[in-house]
Design a protein around this ligand. Structure first.
Ligand SMILES: [Zn+2]
Length: 696
């Protein structure tokens, strides 16, 4: 490394600015200094504070020249007179540079500093002390300094520099005029390096220079030094990829590739990429930080498309960021960032960082799926709103009920024994009650026998016609998506808590956790013949290709861990069963002839049930203030209506009494459903969804 230190010295000296206007990125300092010199109001002690390599010592030397130049004091030292040249070359006897880090003993301060203060400068006009890293001086040394600082002789100037101004004692601080030097921005560094490259005859890609800039945390001196290294190792013509290799850092392309994979939801590709990164020997912590930074850049671009400055040197790839940001919703990116932050922690602390990285990447890839659902929900509720607006009069009543109904939902998701689960019971009671729309019912049962459907519920509830029953109708439409009618646990609740279970198992047995994350909770119920103390049955569904996954789950020690963790998290005894989804897609409804009559929505297999469940999960986060019951009911029924009963909705509308509030709400929902069924775009969305939805 000696060689590099030398090279760095050479470059730093070669490109070191020799006048105030040459100091890059510190105009706020140099302008003030020039004004002071012009006004003849130069302070006797300055403190230059700021990170390393941003120009503090350089500015100090220029100030020294400005004072001692044969033309001085001047804002433009000539740089040719003896005084200037000696200062530039570091051999002026009147300008003493002292490194606080190595001269921190009080005797040395005395000999080097205080003693020489007594004597007038030998040839120049002023005696100037530049003390670097002044905070390193001991307290005694500081105190020795103070005496001189209190009453400095007219010919003496002090310029202190520090990277840690908080460590400079207040009595010294109070006697100095302080300037804070800034980190130099990425683009500024890139511009400067480009200038150096050009003048040196290098052909280094701008993206490669950006990589250097990203590395040096605002330090121009480090940037110049790194440019030297990169060119020395990689040659004078360099691409970004070559520079990345020399610097041992991960090329930005890797992050673009990863986020593309996340957008495409390709788990195998994601694992391949991790394997490749690992094979290249990169530091995995750095990778995770890189992912975080990339996500942050995407967020910035998403939030403020013109904010080049905000993403610093990444601005060079602005178009790429813009394009990639377009593949995600802001909500996605926030959630992905959250995941990446967790991943950072786990990679840092784990004994198996690679496994943590893999788990994290798989989660990132999977999380995007459920976010897509949010998008669909937004569209569906937008449509519901549109239909509602057309209807006009019914809006107020609907909105009022919506507030209450959504309140019920929220409490329902948090605690199983809240009104939400009670409404499940009440639904069970009301649903078989005489329906005011027998025709619709008949129509449906002729359409298909496998799905008794939520569609019949709304008119049924409407006929009860009290505000409470409207509320419970809206809520029960939600709850009925969950299979069991138990007051203790339903599928929605179980799914809400499922990620916590997977997390815990991943923590304890990582490999198992990864496999488990591929499972979908497809059923949660008490077995028909179960006694009151019987465990709940949680069914894990795996895609047809995942036989291996299922076999692992069936292993006794694995199963018992999953069971015990589920029992612990859910607070009730749980038994795990596994099933393979034989159909091609994970969420195609399996024929459920056996329990079609008993269960409201056929065991969580239908698209409608999925959307309902997902809606409650995501709605609070992404669609706040959007809790109209017509949305909820409309969305549910739109799904069901689209999939199974494209015609029935309108019939229900015509049958619905329109005189009470409840009737209006019901009619509204049915109308929405009708609208949904007619809208080919929505139909397309729901169809596209089938087989993709993953509860998160
Ligand atoms: Zn001069």
């Amino acid at each position: 490394m000696e060689g590099w230190a030398l090279a760095y010295e050479v470059t730093a000296r070669k490109w070191r600015p020799q006048e105030f206007d040459g100091v890059i990125g510190q105009e706020h300092v140099t302008t003030t200094l020039k004004n002071a010199i012009q006004a003849g109001q130069i302070a006797h002690a300055y403190l230059f504070a700021g990170p390393r390599g941003v120009g503090k010592t350089t500015t100090a030397r220029i100030l020294a020249k400005a004072l001692n130049c044969v033309d001085g004091p001047t804002v433009t030292p000539c740089n040719v007179c003896t005084f200037c040249r000696e200062i530039s070359e570091g051999r002026s006897v009147d300008v003493l540079e002292i490194d606080g880090a190595s001269n921190n003993r009080v005797e040395q301060v005395r000999t080097h500093l205080l003693e020489s203060v007594k004597y007038t400068p030998s040839q120049g006009k002023h005696k100037i002390y530049i003390i670097d890293e002044v905070h390193m001086l001991t307290k005694e040394a500081f105190n020795a300094l103070l005496k001189t600082l209190e009453e400095p002789p007219a010919h003496v100037y002090f310029i202190f520099a520090t990277t840690d101004p908080r460590k400079v004692i207040p009595t010294v601080l109070s006697r100095c005029q302080r300037f804070d030097f800034r980190r130099i921005s990425g683009p500024t560094i890139v511009d400067h390096l480009a200038m150096i490259s050009e003048k040196s005859g290098y052909d280094v890609q701008r993206e490669a220079l950006a990589l250097i800039a990203r590395r040096v945390d605002g330090s121009m001196r480090d940037a110049e030094s790194l440019l030297d290294q990169v060119v020395a190792f990689g040659g004078e013509a360099l691409t970004a990829g070559e520079a990345a290799e020399v610097l041992g850092i991960v090329d930005q392309d890797v992050y673009f590739e990863l986020l593309d994979i996340v957008a495409e939801q390709d788990v195998p590709k994601g694992l391949e990429l991790v394997d490749r990164i690992f094979g290249q020997g990169h530091d995995l912590e750095e990778i995770v930080l890189g992912i975080l930074e990339h996500l942050r850049n995407l967020l910035v671009v998403k939030a403020a498309p013109e904010a080049e400055v905000l993403i610093g040197d990444a601005a060079l790839a602005l178009d790429r960021f813009r394009e990639q940001a377009g593949r995600f919703e802001t909500e996605d990116l926030l959630r992905l960032s959250q995941l990446a932050t967790q991943m950072e922690q786990s990679v840092k602390t784990s004994a198996l960082p690679r496994v943590q990285l893999e788990t994290g990447v798989v989660r990132m890839i999977r999380i995007a799926r459920s976010v897509q659902l949010t998008d669909v929900m937004a569209r569906l509720s937008e449509m519901a709103r549109r239909v509602e607006t057309e209807e006009g009069g019914a809006e107020e009543g609907g909105a009022g009920d919506g507030g209450e109904a959504s309140g019920t939902e929220v409490s329902g998701t948090e605690a199983p024994e809240t009104p939400s689960s009670q409404t499940v019971d009440s639904t069970a009671g009301t649903a078989p009650a005489p329906s005011p729309a027998p025709d619709a019912n008949a129509d449906q049962s002729s359409a298909t026998s496998t799905e008794p459907s939520t569609v019949t519920e709304l008119p049924a509830a409407s006929s009860e016609s009290s505000p409470e029953s409207t509320e419970s109708a809206a809520a029960s439409t939600e709850s009925s998506a969950a299979t069991p009618t138990s007051p203790k646990l339903d599928l929605r609740e179980a799914r809400n808590r499922w990620p916590a279970i997977v997390d815990e198992i991943t923590r304890q047995r990582n490999g198992l956790g990864i496999l488990l994350a591929e499972a979908v909770l497809s059923d949660c119920s008490l077995p028909d013949d179960a006694g009151p103390e019987a465990p709940f049955r949680l069914t894990l569904r795996f895609e047809s290709g995942h036989v291996f996954h299922m076999q692992q789950m069936e292993k006794r020690e694995n199963k018992s861990l999953i069971q015990s963790e589920s029992t612990r998290v859910l607070g009730i005894p749980v038994r795990i069963e596994c099933e393979i989804d034989e159909s091609a897609a994970a969420y195609v409804t399996k024929p459920k002839t056996d329990d079609a009559g008993a269960e409201m929505t056929g065991g969580g297999g239908s698209t409608a049930a999925e959307i309902t469940t997902q809606k409650t999960d995501d709605a609070a986060a992404s669609m706040s203030g959007d809790d109209d019951p017509a949305d909820d009911a409309g969305a549910d029924d739109a799904g069901a209506g689209l999939d199974e009963y494209p015609g029935s909705a309108e019939e229900i509308v015509s049958e619905t009494p329109d005189t009470t509030t409840a009737g209006k709400t019901g009619g509204q929902a049915a109308n929405t459903r009708a609208g949904a069924a007619k809208d080919p775009a929505v139909r397309k969305i729901v169809e596209a969804f089938d087989g993709q939805i993953v509860t998160d």
